[in-house]
Write a protein that binds this ligand. Sequence first.
Ligand code: HEM
Length: 207
Amino acid sequence: MLNIQPVAPQIDIVPPTLTMLAHSQLQTFEPSYINWFNTPSSPCSLFGFRFLSDQPLSLIPLPRSPASVSLSLRTKMAKVYTFEEVVKHNNKNDCWIIVFGKVYDVTQFLHEHPGGDEVLVSATEKDATDEFEFVGHSNTAKNMMSKYYIGDIDRPAVPVKHVQNPTQLQNQSSGVAMKIFQFLVPLLILGLALGLALGLRHYGKNG
Ligand code: HEM
């Protein structure tokens, strides 16, 4: 009896009809067909998966999506994740981030990221678009992102983010400086007045 195990994210790019066909037909396939299925030109390989001939038979994804599956097909069939689902992947062993409404699994990229792994882990559990933009990532960086793209975010589910931009931060720090200044000036005046009074008293006694 063949046991067909589902499937990695990549299988989501297969139109549902084909997936169903594969699941139902494969129950009846002889193992000899399986070798053919695994040849690079077979429909299976074309759509990004292959079969293990071990028992139980498993349906597993190919390491890379074949070029023959067009990007537009992949985009149309993109998996949509809820925010709740994405926030579970929030550590160094399993790190997903949301940028520009897309979900990226950057776990394998953590140790290669020029900005360090900590910054990526701290970008989890929120929409990290503003932080990503604030760094001023180059086009090279933006082009690299497609490698880690795993799907889109269910936008309405993303909580409103609170990221301060540089102007806000500047305003905030100048506000703090103003408060310190307002506190110090009266103290300074009081000190001067006291000093003057003591000085006058001293000279008055002596003179
Ligand atoms: C898939 C997502 C990401 C990719 C592919 C990526 C890639 C890169 C690359 C290639 C650089 C080198 C500078 C450049 O070429 O722009 C870089 C730097 C950096 N990245 Fe990212 N990054 C990603 C996400 C993020 C996020 C979400 C954050 C912040 C929350 C971040 C923070 C930084 C920082 C702080 C630097 C160092 C900037 C510097 O030293 O000037 N990155 N990143």
